[in-house]
Design a protein around this ligand. Structure first.
Ligand code: ZN
Length: 221
């Protein structure tokens, strides 16, 4: 794992609080921490598994204002040091990603040019998990500005790169925010993954899919 220690003192990557003060037994954990207890508690862990069309979708967090601000700081303000924060909660089972070809959803070309980094790829890379990017979008498609009908059009916008070599065994499809799930469903139909993993799902999506939660042990929790 890459090191994000600043000037010999370990600092919370969100609020810069020192991590070298022992507040609780958690601070003595064998796993490295990038967050202070206060910031960690603000992340709304969801850790549920949904079965959608026979496929298990793992959802790590419930998307809320705190996470929205954190993603904004990371993706739009390019605070790239935040990368390891998003998977810290499952670091004891992080090696399980290695069994898969992790395929990440893409931003539009315009976004990529603006940011000059691929935020989702960087999140996995900060834990030494290589990813594949078999998708592209035909034009910038900011979902929050789209009507429901227009979102359905995402199916026509998301494409798999032609001639992209992808080992079709053990594909895990990953995305950062599941809002309506339409992009992910489009991606599922393109690469036929074994699992879907989303860092966070919107509360409305969670509510709409309540019936699909399965009470079983999944890959990461
Ligand atoms: Zn903090």
């Amino acid at each position: 794992m890459r090191s994000y220690i600043k000037a010999n003192e370990r600092l919370c990557l969100i609020c810069n609080e020192s991590l070298d003060t022992i507040h609780s037994l958690m601070d003595l954990s064998v796993f490295p921490s990038f967050l202070c207890a206060s910031c960690r508690s603000k992340l709304k862990l969801h850790q549920k598994i949904y079965t959608i069309d026979g496929l298990q979708w793992h959802v790590l967090y419930e998307y809320d204002e705190f996470l929205e601000r954190l993603f904004f700081r990371y993706k739009e303000q390019c605070d790239i040091l935040l990368a390891p924060v998003f998977l810290e909660a499952i670091q004891d089972s992080i090696d399980r990603f290695q069994k898969f070809t992790v395929c990440t959803l893409c931003s539009s070309n315009e976004k990529y040019m603006h940011r000059a980094f691929d935020p989702l790829k960087e999140i996995f890379l900060s834990w030494n998990i290589p990813t594949q990017s078999p998708f592209y979008k035909r034009k910038d498609h900011k979902q929050s500005q789209l009507s429901k009908d227009q979102r359905q059009q995402v199916f026509k916008v998301l494409r798999k790169k032609e001639h992209y070599f992808l080992n079709s065994k053990n594909i895990l499809l990953a995305d950062d925010v599941c809002t309506t799930g339409s992009t992910l469903r489009a991606a599922v139909s393109l690469v036929l993954p074994q699992y879907v993993f989303v860092l966070s799902a919107h509360p409305l999506w969670i509510e709409d899919h309540r019936q699909m939660v399965v009470e079983k042990k999944g890959l990461f929790w």
